[in-house]
Design a protein around this ligand. Sequence first.
Ligand code: G6P
Length: 610
Amino acid sequence: MCGIVGYIGDKDALPSLLDGLKRLEYRGYDSAGVALMDSSTLTVTKRIGKVSELEKEFAGREAKQTLGIGHTRWATHGEPSDINAHPHMDEANAIALIHNGIIENYAAIRTKMEQAGHIFRSATDTEALVHLIEEMKNIFGDLETAVRLALRQVDGTYGIAVISSYEPDKIIVARKGSPLILGIGDGEFFVASDAAAIIHHTRNVVYLSDGEIAVLTRHSSEIKTIDNVDIEKRVEEITFDLEQIEKGGYEHFMIKEIMEQPETLRNAMRGRVLLESGDVKLSGLREVLPVLENARRIIITACGTSFHAALVGEYMLEQFGHLPVEVEYASEFRYRDPIVNPGDVVFLISQSGETADTLAALREARQKGAAVLGICNVVGSTIARESQGGVYIHAGPEIGVASTKAFTSQLVVLSLITILIARQRGLSEEAGREMGRALLALPEQVEAILKNTDHIKAVAERFKDSTNALYLGRGYNFPVALEGALKLKEISYIHAEGYPAAEMKHGPIALIDENMPVIIIAPKDNTYEKIVSNVQEVKARKGRVIAIVNDDDRTLEGMAEYVIRVPRTLPCFAPILNIIPLQLLAYYIAVQRGCNVDQPRNLAKSVTVE
Ligand code: G6P
């Protein structure tokens, strides 16, 4: 999620670092920092805000340091601030570390390090690692061994770069789960998490694989595994241009973000599902566990796509938590003097954490005495800061205006909150375990859907000239119908409505004719038979049925004009799978209509005005 750059050579490192960091800014960062090495003096400079803020710190600089690392941060643990920005340093200020990814067992490492006398300065997971490296260095003497042995104790994901005044002529980098590229120049090496940062210096690169570590000096590069086995890597040439790199090789951010979902789902549940005990661990809610246990009612409020996630949350929390849940548009909640009683807990869902109506709803609820809890993507955003507690969805920066990966991550977090509350209220250990297992299986199931997009492209081709579309679903899939319709109208400008399938006969049925695509979400759950009847009703009026069905469904095959198959999961998690083909369908239709997919007309990513 964050950005890494590094330079070792004969030139001044700072311009390359700042320039590289700026080229990574398109992903939307909150703070930046660099560590520079001058013979044996290590200096770290870091600032909250844009790279230009960091740059100002170097006005009038005369020194020339030929080795350095830089980082742009997108906060995951600890809000954006000067202190939480990378690089992080050890106790002796002799080792500087930058890190992308999430260290899952950072709390345990931190406790161990604190017991050993280390004093922490930041709230980040990263700082635990630099203290651990220091500890290993004190025992084993050399930096490379220290880094390798420290990494062997880490659970989670990382792309890291380390420099140290103990061994001032090298950069050590390693990766597991977060990309890292070495750029090979003439008597110089570059390091980057994203080719965009170094492509104007060199197109010759080595891609590090998971579990590999590289030691770079001015004239050599040595690559080995974390278990200390030497390896040879091929130097490859980057042939694509900058814009393609920024979009990860995809044509638009939206499709990149759709395709990222297996990974973002993993990040949303990383370290949070405790399979053994059938529980979940959500540290952001630790302080409010008694409040949740005694809650009499839950209100969830949000806007746009986040509101649709809230509706799924309502169904889940009522089914498993057995407590009343109300969902309301934040814009309505804030103005209608809602009844908020003691014992009410209000959840605010917001990708950006800045939506004006959602923020106002938070303040309204808090002023009325409710406990307010946030479900946000952007760490340190206003809603996150003003909430009493909450859960981050860890989806990484979402740039496409139409929300995709944030939605599925919001659903994962709502599922985790459901398990937590349900376990407090008598859900059995075994049932908790079953839900945990089903959640952990979702990333691979999403991968399977994303592997087969040709079929969805063909449906898009068939319906790209439609002027209207109807989306129908029941139960957990009614909100999916709303979200599918929202995606289509947002980016393709086709008028689309989402409806509970049974409500069709109270109005939308009048619109159905041979030109009307009707997208029916029909997984095998307790309303399956009913929805099959709805398909018949649409067909009887010559509507064009596109059915989203489970892999093993045979009934709808002959009835629907098109079937799109998705794997089976528990009914409560089906929205996480069923929305994926609908995101793709909207995307391909919009592309085929020549629309500006990432920035649809009149829409904004973050609506900070009323
Ligand atoms: C805007 C965006 C939507 C988003 C909504 C709520 O309308 O275009 O994609 O769902 O705001 O945003 P939030 O950041 O609060 O989730």
